[in-house]
Design a protein around this ligand. Sequence first.
Ligand SMILES: O=C[C@H](O)COP(=O)(O)O
Length: 246
Amino acid sequence: MARRKLVAGNWKMNGSLAALAELDGIDAAARANPGVDVAICPPFTLIAPAVARAPGLPIGGQDCHAARCGAHTGCTSVELLREAGAALVIVGHSERRADQHETSEEVRGKAGAAIAGGLVAIVCVGETEAERDAGQALAVVERQLAESLPAGADAATLVVAYEPVWAIGTGRTPSCDDIACVHAALRARLRTLIGGEADGVRILYGGSVKPDNAAEILNLPDVDGALVGGASLTAAQFAPIIAACI
Ligand SMILES: O=C[C@H](O)COP(=O)(O)O
């Protein structure tokens, strides 16, 4: 099944109102590559101004709460994200699994809330370096996927991101063979979880994707795009990654 590539930028806790000027160049790159889906996930406070600055560019959150509302200080609901103009949300990023001790069960709740509330959910999985060294990479990511997927996920509402923890922000990446191997395993596992819908779900690679390695990674089988951190902060770095999706 042909899947449109998706290049999503995760600004993490970076950016500023002034930095939203980068969206002009990112939006231009998206328009210049109409066969590629492009999105940016800035910090919560920048979502509404980002939507105002680049109305044609899908903007997303970096987390959401599973509950619709309530006494959850510091958290943000799907409804609030939607009101701010978000179209998607990242859930289960390894930085949240580590820093906020999020479990896959919690990630499943967040992903389910996101999908039920009309957002596309980007569900992240990835092994640590110790897990890879122990030969457990496939088992870890397949288990995270199975435990993090909500009921009702389908090709239109779910995106999976494979992000080896040891590759994030380090300049290190797995070999192309290793990336292809994990993506094939995730696709196979998805088929057992959601049947035929699995063939339409985009599986992104994330972890030190840069302009100089984007083309080889993005052209691997079952790699349907990238979740980009550092290189998504400027149009100069992000635009070539978008253009590498040929
Ligand atoms: O969500 C994005 C990933 O954590 C990748 O970050 P990075 O491109 O800075 O390595």
